[in-house]
Design a protein around this ligand. Structure first.
Ligand code: PRX
Length: 653
């Protein structure tokens, strides 16, 4: 971003206060209750977090020092305390909730199993003993490359129990990505499966793991293989071990290892816009605390809830809101293995109906894809148990928000639009569902104890409403990234250098409206500069998405002699529309001009069948920029959902 602020052109005036029915029963039921939390946090945020940590976590050795800033920005939280994350997620519930269902699992082909807290505890302990028997001890790295099955949670919890540091690699990643991550972590063990089911096919995980290990990964001493599909795979004697065989005769008693609060819990790789993926390192106690407080404040979790976060464990969302947060509060979760569209676009809604899901959390990309399939599909299912909906991963365009609210939530469920990042560990900006009046497309306000600002290039707060700038976090928080694995310098350079260690730089641009609501405008790298006006991608895309024929849109700037940058929009259409329709191009350009003003009118619109996305559903705009400029692609495309999209787009050029 250059010196100027980003202009906002989107105006959303619809307001959605929570219903009295929701608020009365909510954990934070009214403004006064929320304000009292916020006031305490504002007065003394360190004391606030100390109090939360004492109330929410079970400590083996209580902490005295809450925040150690000696080596800022390498902050440490609760560092003289000791606990175990798996103990906090399992053991402490056994007395009162041993028979409560922890996990409801549904495989893609319809197979179902459940695990109570007691059963889950036993399985985690047994598998932790398997890891110990293989010589894995505290501090060792273990890479997990599994489908979305209960064993993925079991493997993560087992690592946490013995102090091994897990690094989960999404099952859709290639052998090459797996290899890079194994090598960077220098993992001792790999846990994988023969395969998993997705979209009616078997994902051959073991075969990919074999390819990864063949060409390097010298640190790996052994591979544990879960039998999921039962199809034939090759096992290498000496190196590979079946999960079920390794468990034979192994005890299900395993005392947790008491660990320092700052002991690394996991590494999770995110791909930056340049260079190799970064191993984001999270600590134990502070991270777990953040998952618990947000489960309570944002998801308003209750004992009787059936909580379903659709994210794969390969993403931070699957760490915080599948494996750790819900279990730490003793909730019942749903895990689904397969694709949202298998065998048809009703699958998510069928699962919600069949398992009585009450709190549902997914990504805007999934919402848009399911919305494209039409209202009659969700209408075929009983979604009346739902009481709260959430989204994460990208800005949700108001149109998709409205559909989610009306069609899925039946008009009565609050929607929590949660802004956060792999690096922040847990939600940072999100509505408190029983209190906050929502505005479609806004993630609303920072959570208690979290200080966030929008600043200009000099780091001064932007006070005028609707002026976009850098979104920064101005105080440390317990669940924050601790460092980048093996690269302290890159941690500083990426997140702190811009504002001299004073603020954490999120890399997003945002604005606040006249009522202080936060609106994410896109990544700062994606900002367009059109005739001296600096525009975020989100607002133009939202305007396009509000057109009844548009399914998806990605906006980028392409060099233009006169305007500096011209606006180029890649658009996918809803199923019934024809792609060669020239009149529609004119209609869409005028539509955007009408909706948000002539300055944002796209100079060019290209219809495409698909947009390039990461496997977690984010549009890769920088790739579109390179393609539109006819450049050779030098970026890391290993996280791209489908390589064939590239060829398709290049042909359109
Ligand atoms: O650009 C923001 C976008 O996703 C980025 C973080 O991505 P990742 O580390 O993969 O974590 C995704 C799950 C937390 C952010 O920098 N993003 C995430 N949530 C939102 C969002 N943008 C707008 N609104 C959101 N609710």
């Amino acid at each position: 971003m250059n010196e100027n602020n980003v202009e906002s052109i989107l105006h959303e005036e619809r307001l959605f206060p929570p219903s009295a029915e929701f608020s009365t029963k909510a954990r934070i039921p009214n403004r006064a209750a929320l304000d009292s939390l916020i006031q305490v946090a504002n007065k003394d945020y360190v004391g606030f977090w100390a109090k939360q940590a004492r109330a929410e976590l079970s400590w083996h050795q209580p902490f005295e020092i809450t925040l150690d800033s000696t080596n800022a920005p390498y902050y440490q939280w609760f560092n003289d305390g000791e606990l175990n994350v798996s103990f906090n997620c399992l053991d402490r519930h056994l007395k009162d909730k041993g028979d409560k269902i922890a996990i409801i699992f549904e495989g893609e082909s319809g197979d179902r199993t459940t695990l109570t807290y007691q059963q889950l505890h036993q399985r985690v302990c047994r598998f932790a003993n398997v890891l110990k028997a293989q010589g894995i001890t505290q501090g060792d790295r273990v890479v997990i490359y599994l489908p979305m099955v209960p064993e993925a949670v079991i493997a993560m919890q087992a690592c946490a129990r013995i102090g091994a540091i897990h690094s989960v690699v999404f099952g859709g990643f290639s052998a090459e990505s797996l290899k890079d991550r194994i090598e960077d972590t220098e993992a001792k063990f790999l846990i994988t499966a023969d395969g998993g089911y997705r979209g009616g096919r078997i994902i051959a995980l073991k075969a990919a793991a074999d390819r990864a290990l063949k060409s390097g990964c010298k640190s790996i001493q052994g591979v544990i293989v879960l039998r999921r599909t039962g199809h034939s795979i090759s096992m290498i004697t000496e190196r590979d071990l079946w999960w079920h065989e390794a468990e034979t005769g192994i005890s299900s008693h395993c005392d947790p290892v008491w660990l320092n609060a700052e002991h690394p819990l996991f590494l999770l790789y995110t791909s930056g816009s340049t260079g190799k993926p970064k191993g984001i390192q999270h600590a134990s106690a502070g991270y777990l605390l953040g998952t618990i407080t947000t489960m309570k404040w944002v998801f308003d979790i209750r004992d009787e809830d059936i909580f379903w976060c659709t994210a794969d464990i390969g993403w931070v969302t699957g760490h915080s809101y599948v494996t750790y947060g819900p279990l730490a509060v003793g909730a019942t979760i749903v895990i689904y293995e397969g694709a949202p569209t298998f065998p048809d676009s009703g699958r998510f809604w069928k699962i919600c109906q069949d398992h009585g899901v009450t709190v549902f959390y997914t990504a805007p990309t999934a919402i848009r894809a399911l919305m494209k399939a039409g209202d009659n599909i969700p209408a075929a299912y009983n979604l009346s148990q739902l009481r709260l909906l959430g989204t994460v991963g990208e800005p949700i365009n108001p149109e998709a928000w409205m559909w989610y609210h009306r069609v899925i939530g039946g008009g009565h469920c609050p929607i929590v639009d949660t802004w956060w990042q792999t690096e922040t560990g847990v939600h940072m900006i999100a509505p408190i569902p029983g209190v906050t009046t929502a505005k479609p497309g806004s993630c609303t306000f920072p959570l208690p104890g979290i200080d966030i600002a929008v600043v200009n290039a000099q780091g001064q707060p932007i006070t005028a409403p609707d002026q976009g700038g850098y979104l920064v976090i101005t105080k440390p928080w317990p669940s924050m990234i601790r460092t980048i694995w093996q690269d302290k310098q890159r941690y500083y350079d990426t997140y702190w250098r811009k504002f001299d260690g004073k603020y954490y730089l999120s890399g997003d641009s945002a604005r606040r409206d006249e009522e202080g609501y936060f609106w994410i405008m896109g990544r700062t790298d994606d900002i367009l500069n059109v005739a001296g006006h600096r525009l975020g991608t989100m607002e133009i895309e939202s305007a396009l998405l509000a057109h009844p024929k548009v399914a998806e849109a990605a906006v980028i700037g392409r060099p233009d002699d006169i305007k500096g940058e011209a606006i180029l929009a890649y658009v996918t259409l809803k199923e019934t529309c024809s792609i060669g329709d020239k009149a529609l191009i004119i209609e869409l350009r005028d539509w955007v001009a009408d909706q948000i003003g002539a300055i944002a009118k796209p100079d060019e619109i290209r219809f495409v069948d698909n947009l390039p996305k990461t496997r977690s559903g984010k549009i890769m705009r920088r790739l579109l920029r390179s393609i539109s400029r006819g450049e050779t692609i030098t970026q890391d495309t290993s996280t791209l959902e489908s390589e064939t999209i590239l060829t398709q787009l290049q042909e359109k050029n």
